[in-house]
Design a binder for this molecule. Sequence first.
Ligand SMILES: NC(=O)c1ccc[n+]([C@@H]2O[C@H](COP(=O)([O-])OP(=O)(O)OC[C@H]3O[C@@H](n4cnc5c(N)ncnc54)[C@H](O)[C@@H]3O)[C@@H](O)[C@H]2O)c1
Length: 670
Amino acid sequence: MSIKMNFQEEIKQGIPSVLPQAKAYPADANRAPKRKDILSADEKQLAVRNALRYFPKEWHQELATEFAQELKDFGRIYMYRFKPSYDLKARSVSDYPAKCEQAAAIMLMVDNNLDPAVAQHPEELITYGGNGAVFQNWAQYLLAMKYLSEMESDQTLHIYSGHPMGLFPSSKDAPRVVVTNGMMIPNYSKPDDWEKFNALGVTQYGQMTAGSFMYIGPQGIVHGTTITVMNAFRKVLNKGESSKGKIFLTAGLGGMSGAQPKAGNIANCITVCAEVNANAATKRHQQGWVDELIDNMDALIARVKEAQANEEVVSIAYIGNIVDVWESFYEKEIFIHLGSDQTSLHNPWSGGYYPVDISYEESNRLIREEPELFKVKVQDTLKRHADAVNKHTAKGTYFFDYGNAFLLEASRAGGDVMAENGIDFKYPSYVQDILGPMCFDYGFGPFRWVCASGKSEDLDKTDAIAARVLKKIMQESPEEIQQQMQDNITWIEDAKQNKLVVGSQARILYADAQGRMEIAKAFNDAINSGEIGPVVLGRDHHDVSGTDSPYRETSNIYDGSRFTADMAIHNVIGDSFRGATWVSIHNGGGVGWGEVTNGGFGMLLDGTDDAERRLKSMLLFDVNNGIARRSWARNEEANFAIKREMARTPKLKVTLANLVDDDILNNLSL
Ligand SMILES: NC(=O)c1ccc[n+]([C@@H]2O[C@H](COP(=O)([O-])OP(=O)(O)OC[C@H]3O[C@@H](n4cnc5c(N)ncnc54)[C@H](O)[C@@H]3O)[C@@H](O)[C@H]2O)c1
């Protein structure tokens, strides 16, 4: 028998006192893939034993059978019966049952990550990326929300990979929540370790903004992709030359890759984006993310030639394999200005990348029934893919890796992608050539905010405030960052008309330390004067300082330290004692488990002097920690940026690198 409660009562209850009815998954749900059956019989018993820890003894018999079945059917125990009955979506901060507003703001952000309009597999608590989890199971969600509803402003909730360990006494200046996701003893950080320990219920893959409650839907990725494509064109075109009628060829119309055609349109080019999954391509077309849909190579070639002749700005989805497009365009002598790839190569063996010359359905059968053969087919395709790209680049195409591990996996498959030194890749990553030197090294990164009132008028007001602040800063900005400032002003002025809000009232805006601090201060003033309600600040982990990832965020670090993770760890510790409302640090995210350490923060602005003190202290460190590290790695732009910051901030004293003449080193006998 279940007792009907309103949403606030249900949150305050946590694990229900009466066992809820078992329930079936909705027929139309976008379900997470069945996970690998990796546990031994003993380990399966341990997984069920672990799951039962959340519940009273009287329920164990019934739940043990059910959880064992879930493990068998899905490879994980999600405890679906305990999913709350209320709609999961970000409500106004004032709707949440909480003793402190900071806790209510975190609840809002948690619920947003599980909103079916936002999350990829909401029934399994997955926000994006196929495995980016908010919690491992529904019991963890219920407990965490209950703790947040009880929390006072001198307590901290510690969450271990989704498991709320408990509320601990702290102080009002401490973070309200500390999250870790997937932190492993380094030797236990191989992909199958995730499968095993996640199935046991003791760790999870938090991706970046999934397990840190900071996902804001597709607009985050549209902004970053637009900046990348626009700047890639600036690299290859002559000054003043237009990108109209020029081709950007890439692949993937999935969760994040679906942003590519929209970004291509904003960057004024012809985007051709291959997608093997007809459903994914059709969905993106219906949602207006891509203009045209073509499933035949001859038709694609004819359409592309026409678009070139007319210098059109258009995005075309090709339903088929990307390798066919690279090869056919070479044969038909179609010149590609920009080339990239955004298939899910962080997950190559379980459906992230589909082999050529095999149907989509047959590939899915191979994944399930002949995984070894599937692996060989993927490796063969990667080699062919690399060969086709090489033929185009020999003719002048600019190819870059967009952080999906294409070059890494192509090299592991034996593809011809290594540079002559045998250490580096032939092609740069987008961070090496574009985002690193043009943005991260100067401190520009994906700053974001959420209007916690839930009002779209508040978002409009914050857009206007941010534009005003940036324009003022730009008047005194040095030549080196004028372009970035202008791009970001254009972005924020057009943001509303780009209609990118899904879920919470959120906005992303690339900004540097000065921009982030001055915008945040202006928001806090507007909250104080009653112009807008409270605002949650945050950022993507894919930023200046938050992420150590040798083939992505830190791929433009050349002093050998790109395989270290000190920066990300210092960032999360440093943010936590400078005023973050919550902090998180993760293993995995974007490029794969064991391949990256990344962290982030959330901060509630409530219009108080305290909030002003915190934002100034924390945002300064949150950006400049990474600039200092990038400068120490001898990155020229970062050296410029950190010296500017030291001139502005007398208490900041950073160790600067002395540069050695090449001649001295070249004359050493080593
Ligand atoms: N650097 C960044 O900022 C950044 C941003 C977004 C995504 N990424 C990376 O890009 C990848 C894609 O992310 P996503 O969320 O879109 O993943 P996704 O799995 O939702 O989408 C990838 C799509 O590629 C398609 N695909 C796979 N193989 C193909 C092939 N051979 N030809 C044509 N289509 C093929 C799949 O059907 C799928 O729809 C991930 O590895 C992610 O980490 C990086």
